[in-house]
Write a protein that binds this ligand. Structure first.
Ligand code: GN1
Ligand code: MG
Length: 373
């Protein structure tokens, strides 16, 4: 009988072979970051005996209904960045014999890219790392500033349409058994009580008051690879959700994750809140790259975008919870409810800090203007 581990190892080697990786399989480990896709590092021995590692990901096709389009977006975006900055570290995706950058088989949808020696952070208070992450996401957006947004597929339609996220939560709450809704009544009521405020960016966009840009849309700090020695950002990864979006989507989501005093799924929600030093460091890095290109409305809504993205994710976690968690990976049955509570606690803390956050944002904008003079 094969153990699960042996089965996974066999599968991963089969995927390596489909991508024409030379040499032999050595070992693998599962990288437990990310709430949607599965990620493995596969360690191989090259024909000359030297070791080489690759990353294999199995795409969650419940979240990404059209994974081929995801891979097309990634191709376009990485090509654009490579042409502008050939010196930069880039993710190298491998191709199969029939020139595809994915393998789709009975076990799923797979892709393979070179492992980049680096470190990642789930949580850090190191302000220079945070500033570098802000710079990396800001630079990412800047490098794609002249990329035609219409060339990108909407891989998850309405991904950061906060209104639609709220509508889905309300519709699902009306469908699921009443006791499920009673169990989450406190969380649901609070989220609904701030709906209009949380939807400010979406509404402004719908009224034509915020411009569409190419955004990353999943700017968790663990989506930046850092140099092990210098802590400089090497490359922004996880390009699955690169789509047309608002600058606040990238800024707000990054703060929601990096500036929270606790991890996003901490059961100790009472400790959730914004670490303002982290907020400032990220804002400095991000705005040093982007300030010159942003409109006044965009800058004015950056602080609020943190609140919006936090509420939006809370509605997504709560919705997934009442549906039985079909979307996000969970480690235990209440995981999505715990995540919801932590995001709500963070959002509440943000409400009391909005003015301070706005002042910091404008301070960073002025600093970057002075630097440019
Ligand atoms: C998911 O899988 P991961 O960690 O890259 C999700 C994000 C959420 C995040 C919350 C495609 O990202 O939108 O903000 O979890 N990605 C998708 O941790 O839904
Ligand atoms: Mg992601």
């Amino acid at each position: 009988m094969q153990t699960d581990q042996e089965k996974t190892a066999r599968k991963l080697w089969q995927i390596c072979e489909a991508f024409r990786i030379p040499g032999d399989f050595d070992s693998y480990d599962e990288i437990k970051v990310g709430n949607v896709n599965r990620t493995y590092r596969v360690n191989c021995r090259q024909p000359d005996g030297s070791p080489k590692s690759y990353m294999i990901q199995r795409i969650n096709t419940y979240a990404f209904r059209e994974p081929v389009k995801v891979m097309e977006n990634i191709d376009h975006v990485t090509e654009h960045i490579r042409a502008k900055r050939p010196d930069k570290v880039a993710l190298h995706f491998h191709h199969t014999g029939n020139r595809r950058n994915y393998v789709s088989d009975a076990d799923g949808f797979w892709r393979l890219f070179n492992y980049v020696p680096s470190v990642t952070y789930n949580a850090t208070q190191n302000l220079s790392v945070i500033r570098n992450a802000g710079e990396a996401f800001g630079e990412f957006q800047m490098l794609l500033g002249d990329f035609d947004v219409h060339r990108l597929h909407d891989t998850i339609p309405n991904f950061h349409d906060t209104r639609k996220r709220y509508e889905k939560l309300k519709a699902d709450a009306a469908e699921v058994p009443a006791e499920k809704v009673r169990e989450v009544a406190g969380e649901l009521d609070w989220l609904l009580s701030v709906e209009d405020r949380a939807c400010t960016l979406t509404d402004l966009y719908n009224r034509g008051e915020l411009p569409l840009r190419v955004t990353h849309n999943d700017t968790k700090i663990n989506n930046v690879l850092f140099d092990e020695k210098t802590d400089r950002a090497l490359v922004v990864i996880d390009l699955d959700t690169v789509m047309p979006g608002l600058v606040g989507h990238d800024f707000g989501d990054a703060i929601r994750f990096a500036a929270n005093r606790v991890e996003e799924d901490s059961p100790d929600a009472a400790k959730a809140g914004v670490n303002m030093a982290v907020f400032r460091a990220f804002a400095e890095g991000f705005l040093s790259q982007t300030a010159a290109t942003l409109t006044k409305n965009e800058i004015d809504t950056l602080a609020l975008s943190c609140f919006a993205l936090t509420c939006e994710l809370a509605t997504r976690f709560l919705d997934d919870y009442i549906l039985g968690s079909p979307y996000f990976k969970t480690d235990y049955p209440e995981h999505n409810l715990v995540r919801t509570r932590c995001q709500i606690a963070l959002a509440k803390d943000m409400l009391g800090k909005l003015e301070e956050m706005e002042a910091i944002v404008w301070g960073c904008v002025r600093k970057s203007e002075e630097g440019a003079r």
